[in-house]
Design a protein around this ligand. Structure first.
Ligand code: PLP
Length: 400
């Protein structure tokens, strides 16, 4: 039996079946290309779902991780000081609105913590009724129960009810809806400046500014979930900066440690001051290897020319996607290297055809193909993508 057949069979036999995976086995990566066990290459427009910002095999990332491993200090827990953790906290505060940082292990965990921070802040302010959390249609904030409760999707929530009480759902990009729902009982408002899982929906600057103002009026905490859209993906360090609105809390995860698991909660002085020793924590919080990796990734993303590259290739991607002449594309949207095409056919058929053509693609929402590649991707890869996508969409036409 081939490696491919063996792995697929073991997966069927031993893995909890929460994913439907295609019938190839990835074995290695280089740059923006992944290779399967048969040696076939795939240009990667997914990046492990907006994670592998530096692509595969980045020498500096591997060296930094190796060096930290070499000290023997992989993990010591949050009980002790390490240089690695505080230096990442300092770095993230120096390039954002934040005054303090807390580290965890995933996006869901970061949002989970952010919601707890917001409730704790109301609690120390003697506002026991201030417990609601307003989130928005098509939002995705993670799959742990707290984060899931503010992810208003029947598909994700239904089998796991009851949800955590206090979740209130507003309409994305509707200032009117936000005004109606955010009140004195609102502890926090959580929003993605660009929705990733929900279909690459860009929040308008006016909407984010209105949320800032309404939160100030009602004393609610404004949380920007930049887990997918943050840290360079849009061609700016943070997706919210262009809007002029600043949050009280920002959550990060996906690309932060270049593929190693990490999450971060960045907060203002005021939120930080509401938290005391023992209030929150996690065994793996701020491990030395992952925080060293993250420090390296953040330094690369903010280095000379990196974000310019993202903007240049991102603009090119959106421009070329808009040029595809297919009746199946009903919209093209996004910013930087976070783009989507809306289709009038099931995205799964395009994703499957992509595998045949040596492209990794992923859908988003019910009818969108999203493009969230490694940030080091080049224009030549965009050209390859456009050629192949054009062929794929024409092929689908021919079958009709
Ligand atoms: C992926 C994602 C999450 C959840 O992150 P996990 O690491 O999968 O728990 C939360 N918010 C947004 C915007 C995401 O894209």
């Amino acid at each position: 039996m081939s490696v491919t057949e063996q792995v697929i069979q073991k997966d069927l036999q031993y893995s909890v079946p929460v994913a439907a995976r295609p019938d190839f086995v990835l074995t290695r990566g280089e740059g923006v290309t992944l290779y399967d066990a048969e040696g076939k290459g795939y240009t990667d427009w997914v990046a492990g779902i907006a994670v592998n910002a530096l692509g595969y095999g980045d020498k500096e990332l591997m060296d930094v991780v190796g060096q930290q491993m070499g000290t023997g200090l992989i993990h010591v827990s949050g009980l002790y000081h390490t240089q690695a953790m505080v230096e990442l906290a300092e770095l993230l505060c120096s390039i954002s609105f934040a005054d303090k940082a807390y580290f965890c292990n995933s996006g869901a965990e970061a949002n989970e913590g952010a919601l707890k921070f917001a409730r704790k802040r109301a609690y120390v302010n003697d506002q026991p009724n201030k417990t609601n959390v307003v989130s928005f249609t098509q939002a995705f904030h993670g799959r742990t129960l707290g984060a899931l409760s503010v992810t208003p999707s029947e598909k994700y929530q239904k089998p796991f009810k009851p949800m955590v009480p206090g979740a209130v759902v507003g309409e994305f990009n509707s200032i009117e809806s936000a005004r109606e729902l955010i009140d004195d009982d609102t502890a926090a408002v959580v929003v993605e400046p660009i929705q990733g899982e929900g279909g690459i929906n860009v929040a308008s600057a006016a909407f984010l500014q209105a949320l800032r103002q309404i939160c100030d009026e009602s004393g609610a905490i404004l949380i920007f979930d930049e887990i997918q859209c943050g840290l360079g993906r849009t061609g700016e360090l943070w997706a919210h900066t262009a809007s002029g609105a600043t949050p009280d809390i920002m959550t990060l995860a996906k690309p932060l440690a270049g593929g190693l698991p990490i999450g971060a909660i960045l907060v203002t002085e005021e939120i930080g001051a509401a938290m005391s020793p023992g209030d929150h924590g996690s065994t793996f919080s701020g491990g030395a290897v992952v925080t060293r990796a993250a420090e390296m990734v953040v330094n690369r993303v903010k280095s000379q020319g990196f974000l310019e590259h993202v903007r240049e290739v991102g603009d090119y991607l959106l421009e070329r996607l808009a040029e595809i002449n297919s009746p199946h594309i009903t919209d093209v949207r996004g910013r930087g290297l976070m783009a989507g095409i809306e289709l009038d056919i099931p995205p799964a058929s395009v994703v499957a055809a992509g595998y045949e053509e040596g492209l990794l693609l992923v859908s988003s929402g019910s009818n969108v193909i999203r493009f969230v590649p490694p940030l080091i991707i080049e224009k030549q890869h965009v050209d390859e993508l456009i050629d192949k996508l054009t062929l794929i969409l024409e092929g689908i036409d021919a079958e009709d």
